[in-house]
Write a protein that binds this ligand. Structure first.
Ligand SMILES: [Zn+2]
Ligand SMILES: [Zn+2]
Length: 320
């Protein structure tokens, strides 16, 4: 019997993998404005503020590095290795905490982030990849447009992956329901609350303003560009020790600044590995955090490829 002969109710409905609508586009544009444009513009005020209003304080630097580390690890250990790739398991309290820390980064709610990233791995550098820099042609202008798209402009408005298809496991995880539902409050709170605390501790409005600039806007802008550079620059430039069938690259010299995410070719070769810096000496702060959680009994079932498999894949050849 052909499909045409079947009663309408018997015809299997093909699942939509992505959707697009004016409502979704409005949400995406609002998110882009709040967490991708405003922090960049506000970060530009840091230098004039300190020249014309008040000097840099120790509390500014402390709150910047503290929140940069907390949010960076929230994204790489929580959003990326745990929730997207299931590279280890963790109890509900740790899952909730990592989802909260990731939400502070302003990179989107955990379920959306994971769905978009799983689609990126599924279609890496092929049509449908949400943020490939390699799909705009090989002319100079096309290559520049690709980099700009992958780094920044894809977020203005994009296909939204069907979360029922891409992240059914996360939709069932009650531990992350709170951080996911209250994402906007968490991300906006992360911009202002630490700075306000600095102001209260010093009892000076200047301390509050500079704390908000450093711990909120500058921190969010710096981490944002770091993550976006993985999508853009590391799908174009760097080392390719593994043949992955896409254009993912490593840039080990910035592995510390990216919490280990700069081992992006390694990651595309072994996406479910909790360890991105696969060799001794390949620094990977995200992996160190997973090891610490394991020692504390807060992580288990940690996945990483055996050395023999890594060696074999290295011998099989390099990427483009
Ligand atoms: Zn990638
Ligand atoms: Zn990934």
């Amino acid at each position: 019997m052909s499909l045409l002969d079947q009663p309408a109710t018997d015809i299997p409905r093909r699942k939509k993998l992505v959707s697009k609508s004016p409502y979704l586009a409005a949400l995406q544009r609002r998110h882009f404005l709040l967490f991708d444009i405003v922090p960049n513009l506000m970060a530009l005020l840091v230098v004039p503020y300190h020249i014309f209003v008040a000097p840099v304080r120790v509390s500014d630097v402390v709150v910047f590095f503290l929140l940069w580390a907390v949010t960076g690890l929230g994204v790489t250990v929580g959003y990326h290795r745990l929730f997207t790739h299931r590279a280890f398991a963790a109890p509900a309290s740790v899952r909730a905490l990592l989802a909260f820390c990731g939400a502070l980064a302003g990179q989107g709610p955990v379920i959306s982030w994971a769905a978009i990233h799983r689609r990126h791995h599924e279609l890496s550098d092929e049509p449908g990849d949400p943020h490939s820099p390699n799909l705009h042609g090989q002319t100079g202008i096309g290559r520049l447009k690709g980099l700009l798209h992958a780094h920044y402009t894809w977020m203005i408005e994009h296909d939204y992956p069907n979360v029922a298809h891409y992240t059914p496991d996360l939709l069932k995880d009650r531990a992350i329901a709170g951080p996911s539902r209250h994402y906007y409050a968490i991300a906006l709170g992360g911009l202002f609350v630490p700075g306000l605390l600095c102001g209260l501790l010093a009892w000076q409005w200047q301390a509050a303003v500079s704390g908000i600039l450093w711990g909120g806007f500058l921190r969010m802008a710096v981490l944002g560009h770091t993550i976006w550079a993985i999508n853009s620059l590391l799908h174009r430039f760097g080392e390719c020790p593994f043949a992955t069938g896409d254009h993912s690259h490593n840039a080990g010299f910035v592995s510390l600044l990216t919490f280990g995410e700069a081992w992006h070719n390694n990651h595309h070769a072994f996406p479910t590995s909790a360890k991105f810096g696969l060799r001794r000496g390949w620094s990977d702060p995200g992996w160190w955090t997973v090891c610490l959680l394991t020692r504390l009994g807060l992580a288990s079932d940690v996945r990483q490829p055996p050395d023999s498999v890594i060696d074999r894949r290295l011998c099989e050849g390099r990427g483009p």
